[in-house]
Design a protein around this ligand. Structure first.
Ligand SMILES: C[S@@+](CC[C@H](N)C(=O)[O-])C[C@H]1O[C@@H](n2cnc3c(N)ncnc32)[C@H](O)[C@@H]1O
Length: 351
């Protein structure tokens, strides 16, 4: 099963959709905002393109991607006004896998354009937005085309579940330590991501990648470990078959800062500007009561992983699974706080 053919967030705008349950990711991107702004400003100041080409990689559906695009346009407008008194045109590309709900995204565009027009007036040149349904692990744009690349909470998703976790005769091999296989897959994918962007970006172009990382390799405190043990509970209850669970693996890897730095240096096309980290509580707001926080966390995770889970398990068990997950999350955060460790990488394309 090819991840790129099946992977997407929960579609639409209903109560389980990603569009309605992505405050966590919005908060994380917002915390990385100063680094994104600094990079965009620097790109404009050094290149001053008449039309600035930028891409939001892994845009998903919902308001998050356009919010960060607005923020980038704001800083570039400010920088250009003080230098030449006029804003450049913008080519904005919203990229995700073909299964992404681009329609929900496109429905937000009339308001996005209206708000932009109202805020900037006629002094701002048009902004041309389009959707690009293609995996970012590989070429997406022509050579030397992009000035600015941003990606948030997307490149920790791998292009595939590492090969070798299921034997030739279909037997699951994931019961032992599978960390090494995931780390090797991330190395391969992230290097391909960097190499592809390197060809697509102009010299002096900027890229900021925000991703879920780990403080230590093979972090046992990951929220997906908790989801895994909840699935195991469902096996014990007889709702899910053990064999299906044994064969199921998430295409997800959270690298350490050291691993990211090593891969950027080894690939060699980019100069490292910043490599910073911060944490955000699983529930965004740790001052809320436990019930509210557990509900929020379960809904956030469901919006991200439900479509992928339903490639292995019946859609009918999802309500029960996430109800039980909510209980497990509540027990866990009552005992010990849970946080998303985030890595922010800012680079420029070298000459
Ligand atoms: C958790 S969402 C983040 C969305 C958005 N950036 C945000 O911060 O709200 C991750 C997105 O990455 C996309 N994604 C994962 N692998 C991808 C790939 N290989 N190519 C393009 N998009 C990918 C997923 O489809 C999903 O929409």
């Amino acid at each position: 099963m090819e991840v790129k053919n099946v992977f997407h967030m929960n579609k639409g705008v209903n109560h389980t959709s990603y569009a309605k349950n992505s405050l966590l990711q919005r908060t994380i991107t917002s915390k990385a905002g100063p680094i994104i702004e600094e990079s965009a400003r620097k790109v404009y100041n050094s290149l001053r393109p008449e039309c600035l080409m930028m891409v939001e990689m892994g845009c998903s559906s919902g308001p998050n991607a356009l919010q960060v695009v607005s923020r980038i346009i704001d800083v570039i407008e400010e920088a250009s006004r003080s230098i030449i008194g006029q804003c450049p045109q913008f080519g904005v590309f919203l990229n995700d896998l073909p299964g992404n709900d681009f329609n929900t995204m496109f429905n937000l565009l009339p308001n996005f354009n209206k708000d932009l027009q109202e805020a900037k007036g006629s002094s701002c040149e048009p902004c041309f937005v389009s959707g690009i349904p293609k995996s970012f692990y590989g070429r997406v744009f022509p050579d030397k085309f992009l000035h600015f690349v941003h990606s948030s909470y997307s490149v920790h998703w791998l292009s595939q579940v590492p090969r070798g976790l299921v034997s030739e005769n279909g037997e699951a091999l994931n019961k032992g330590n599978i960390y090494k296989a995931y780390c090797a897959q991330f190395e391969k994918d992230f290097t391909l991501f960097l190499r592809s962007r390197s060809t697509e970006m102009v010299y002096g172009g900027g890229m900021v990648v925000v991703l879920n990382g780990s403080i230590n390799s093979d972090d046992p405190d990951s929220i997906f470990e908790l989801l895994g043990s909840t699935l195991q509970d469902m096996v014990l209850e007889g709702v899910i078959e053990q064999e299906k669970l044994d064969k199921f693996n998430m295409p997800f890897y959270t690298p350490t800062v050291k691993e990211v730095r090593k891969l950027v240096e080894a690939e060699g096309s980019f100069a490292l500007i910043k490599l910073e980290t911060f944490t955000v509580d699983w529930s965004v707001d740790a001052s809320q009561n436990l019930e509210t926080r557990a509900k929020f966390i379960a809904k956030t995770i469901r919006a991200v992983v439900e479509p992928f889970l339903t490639t292995a398990f019946s859609h009918d068990v999802m309500d029960d699974l996430f109800l039980l997950f909510e209980t497990r999350v509540k027990e866990r955060i009552a005992r010990k706080k849970g946080e998303f460790f985030t890595i922010v990488l800012s680079v420029t394309k070298k000459e």
